[in-house]
Design a protein around this ligand. Structure first.
Ligand SMILES: O=C(CO)[C@H](O)COP(=O)(O)O
Length: 152
């Protein structure tokens, strides 16, 4: 079964969110793309509102992952991480993107439109979609320790 991926961000991330959303919609590995906004570059909804909504969709079981984009990728990560059970990272290089799933089982990837070039961001997301965490790997108990702290 394909992945259900939430996309979201603030006005500073709107143009990348739209471009990468199109990539995801055309990707056979993706079953559904759920856009939680913003709906335009003039939409000044704050990034925490969007990021928390995205995180809650994951913990509610309505989505598997989220891609969040703001100016830096930092505010959306901080906000999504406030949702219990969400592991959100900011990453703009291939090794970090790979390890965010393989080591950390992060469900949320955050990027900054003011930080990374569009083509690199698109390439990183393409790689990210194909990654899968192995809970039987040596990273499994480490991620379990995060869950334990949260009472999960
Ligand atoms: O990058 C952002 C938050 O981390 C956001 O896109 C812009 O936030 P601001 O610098 O507070 O306007």
């Amino acid at each position: 079964m394909g992945q259900r991926i939430v996309v979201g961000g603030d006005s500073a991330g709107y143009s990348y969110k739209e471009a990468i959303k199109k990539d995801l919609e055309a990707d056979d590995r993706v079953e559904a793309v759920i856009d939680v906004g913003v709906i335009g570059s003039e939409d000044e909804t704050y990034y925490p509102n969007v990021a928390i909504e995205a995180g809650e969709k994951i913990t509610a079981g309505e989505a598997d992952r989220a891609l969040l984009i703001c100016g830096t990728g930092l505010g959306v990560a901080i906000s999504a991480n406030k949702v219990k059970g969400v592991r959100a990272v900011t990453a703009h290089d291939i090794y970090s993107v790979q390890r965010s799933v393989l080591s950390n089982n992060a469900q949320v990837l955050c990027m900054g439109e003011r930080v990374v070039g569009l083509e690199l961001a698109r390439t990183l997301v393409k790689e990210w979609v194909g990654l899968e965490f192995d809970p039987t790997s040596s990273s499994g108990p480490k991620v379990d320790a995060i869950d334990a702290y949260e009472g999960l």
